[in-house]
Ligand binder design. Structure first.
Ligand code: ADP
Ligand code: MG
Ligand code: MG
Length: 358
């Protein structure tokens, strides 16, 4: 020991005075990943703490550090991530968790794979996209959501627990370098209990998440909060706003992108930090929805997507697609496009043949 405190924090390899002694109350069953991580710059700050870059065994990682007071959220996120069957390319990859002693306080760490393009929110702030990139981002994100919601693993067909996210928004979805998405921030996620009835302590306090993204039935407290499916439908509503945000940044032919700083759902009727009452007035009482760009009407591919978005933000929860249907619909869009291409190709070939015949 004997190192001045400054040096210790700079190294960020935190020494635990009782390591090895076997006396530490928590040390015995706590991982020590934090000791192997070198922290870099801060990349984000959320409701529950800060997120920094780091390096772990040569790999770039993101480290979310919770404040001691957010033990519940940390425990929840860690538990959900540690569910073995939550491995999917469209779910943020969990690497480890740790509890780091800081004198009287603790730092709670969640370590995940780092994505340099950041959240979908940040990505859309800095980029306009083509409809093909839209499809890549949104179809993949929908696959992630369907994987969370569904009871089976789409690839190996084995069973897995079902989850709802409860805080779906563009800031909680990361963009990978291949321009597909990975859903992150599982701090509010819950698992479907056996039988599907939500426990009382959750069902009685179901208004949580980000108020701007809350489904109308949550805002006006009409949701059937003991049914797991209700939470799935609310996730799909939030996802419709993410689809709208992403579509707003598409530039294609005549279609121009909405300016980045106005790509916030309901921004024309709300202040920056809207209250529950304001959101309820806009979304439930006045039944408003984010505006559609009139130029979208002239584009077949975009029209297809706007119809999907409209069903997903329906005021009637049962009129929305399920995440599975959403994923299938969006995927179908792509295969349909391929069909269109094939047809065009065939027409071109026929044309060439006709020319040859001359
Ligand atoms: P909170 O629960 O505090 O909201 P998040 O997990 O949503 O924390 O992370 C907050 C922000 O940090 C995200 O919106 C994103 O900008 C950034 N971030 C989080 N995880 C990663 C990651 N793995 N790669 C890149 N950026 C990340
Ligand atoms: Mg978040
Ligand atoms: Mg969170």
């Amino acid at each position: 020991d004997g190192l001045p405190p400054g040096t210790r924090s700079m190294l960020l390899v935190l020494e635990e005075s009782d390591s090895g002694s076997g006396f530490g109350s928590t040390k015995l069953h706590v991982a020590t990943i934090s000791k192997q991580i070198r922290l870099g710059s801060k990349i984000g700050a959320g409701r529950f703490g800060t997120v920094s870059r780091g390096t772990f065994k040569g790999e770039a990682v993101a480290v979310k550090i919770f404040r001691d007071a957010d033990l519940l959220s940390f425990d929840n996120e860690r538990e959900i991530f540690e569910t073995r069957m939550l491995r999917h390319p469209q779910i943020l990859r969990f690497i480890g968790s740790d509890r780091v002693d800081k004198g009287l306080l603790h730092e709670l760490w969640i370590v995940t794979e780092y994505h340099p393009l950041g959240s979908l929110h940040d990505f859309l702030l800095e980029n306009v996209i083509t409809i093909d990139i839209f499809n890549s981002l949104i179809t993949s994100a929908a696959k992630g959501l369907a994987f969370l919601h569904d009871g089976y693993d789409g690839t190996t067909n084995s069973c897995k627990p079902q989850f709802v996210h409860r805080d779906v928004k563009s800031r909680n979805i990361m963009v990978k370098e291949d321009l597909t998405c990975a859903i992150g921030d599982l701090g509010l996620a819950i698992v479907k209990p056996p039988g599907g009835t939500i426990p009382q302590h959750i069902a009685e306090k179901y208004k949580c998440g980000t108020v701007r993204y809350l489904a109308p039935e949550i805002l006006n407290s009409t949701m059937s909060s003991y049914e797991f499916e209700s939470y799935q439908r609310a996730d799909v509503y939030s996802f419709s706003l993410v689809m709208w945000e992403t579509l707003c940044r598409v530039e294609e032919g005549e279609v121009k992108a909405r300016s980045a700083e106005t790509v916030i759902p309901y921004i024309e009727w709300t202040v920056r930090d809207p209250t529950d009452e304001q959101m309820t007035d806009v979304v439930c009482t006045r039944n408003l929805r984010p505006p559609e760009n009139p130029q979208w009407d002239g584009n077949k591919k975009i029209q297809y997507v706007t119809e999907i978005i409209q069903s997903c933000w329906s005021a009637n929860p049962t009129a929305r697609y399920t995440a599975f249907q959403l994923k299938t619909r969006l995927d179908y869009k792509i295969s349909e496009e391929e069909e269109d291409n094939k047809e065009q190709l065939q027409q071109q070939e026929q044309l060439v043949q006709v020319q040859d015949d001359y």
